[in-house]
Design a protein around this ligand. Structure first.
Ligand code: HEM
Length: 277
């Protein structure tokens, strides 16, 4: 079983502090640890369910600039795609969201290739400003949205920022516009299966401003690993248990973690007592 590439629970419970850190340009989209398992499925989604996973309006120059930056590190697309953004997206596991600042000063989602949404629909969020995008998040609108907007305004093009969101879900599915089927699976899951069937779902995100058009490219890579792999050491088990216990109550409700409490308790017991599991 592989070691998951990101273990954000080691930094504590998920919150709404932006938690951005600068990364080196060579660490932007590579190594692409998900490419093997995901790219075939991603390209099939992009062809077969284009309306659900792609949207753009008046963003040709921004999409072309973003695509050039992605293809410069990921190599050329293998097939023909209707837009430059889709061509670029077909080469990396990451989803590509293009934020453009409108005349009213609001950053809006104006183009996206989005195949691994963490429980949201592109059709509902397309062209929304940061406030609308984050309205269901506790403290998301206007507090978090204003902070993100200031970060986008001040970002230098040669600076790349990284952050992670995380949660748990049953199974490895990445194309998850709704959490409802996952919640049903969780409700039916036996506690004895929790350590192997519950997965740590990490969204590794990067932010980069484009030098010519001034658009911000927001990338999202979803990485799912069984809790057994994430809880492989006593230190990781303690850190996870602590993060789970200390999450802010509003964030706990937003993430629907009450549904998972029973399974997390069982998974932690099984991880601590491998002989009896
Ligand atoms: C510095 C930049 C950003 C920060 C700090 C941030 C932070 C967050 C946080 C804390 C959440 C709660 C989700 C969780 O923890 O599971 C969230 C959700 C979300 N974010 Fe962001 N975000 C950023 C940029 C963006 C951008 C550029 C987009 C544009 C696509 C976006 C779209 C969303 C959406 C759609 C959700 C889910 C909201 C829902 O539940 O309906 N975020 N974000």
């Amino acid at each position: 079983m592989r070691q998951p590439p990101y273990l954000p629970f080691l930094d504590g419970p998920p919150g709404i502090a932006p938690g951005l850190k600068p990364i080196a340009p060579e660490a932007w989209l590579l190594p692409d640890t998900e490419a093997g398992s995901w790219l075939t499925e991603k390209r099939a989604l992009m062809r077969e369910q284009r309306d659900a996973v792609f949207a753009a309006r008046d963003a040709d120059a921004e999409m072309a600039e973003v695509a050039e930056a992605v293809l410069a590190v990921a190599g050329p697309a293998r097939d023909d795609w209707p837009t430059a953004l889709e061509a670029a997206s077909s080469t990396v596991s990451d989803d590509l969201c293009v934020m453009i600042r409108s005349e009213d000063g609001l950053w809006r989602l104006r183009a996206a290739s989005l195949c691994a949404p963490t429980y949201w629909r592109l059709s509902e969020k397309f062209e929304q400003p940061l406030g609308g995008l984050h309205s269901p998040v506790p403290g998301g609108d206007p507090g978090l949205a204003k902070r993100i907007s200031r970060i986008f305004d001040g970002l230098r093009p040669d600076f790349i920022l990284e952050r992670c969101n995380w949660s748990v879900q049953p199974g490895k599915a990445r194309f998850t516009p709704s959490s409802a089927p996952l919640k049903e699976m969780a409700a039916e899951m036996a506690e004895a299966d929790a350590l192997d069937q519950l997965h740590l779902r990490v969204e590794r995100q990067t932010i980069r401003k484009m030098p010519e058009t001034g658009a911000v490219l927001f990338t999202i890579r979803v990485v799912n690993d069984p809790l057994r792999a994430a809880l492989a050491t006593p230190g990781h088990i303690d850190a996870f248990a602590d993060a789970w216990a200390r999450v802010d109550p509003d964030m706990y409700r937003y993430k629907g973690w009450q549904l998972y409490d029973r399974l997390i308790g069982a998974a932690l017991d099984a991880a601590r007592n491998p002989v009896s599991s």
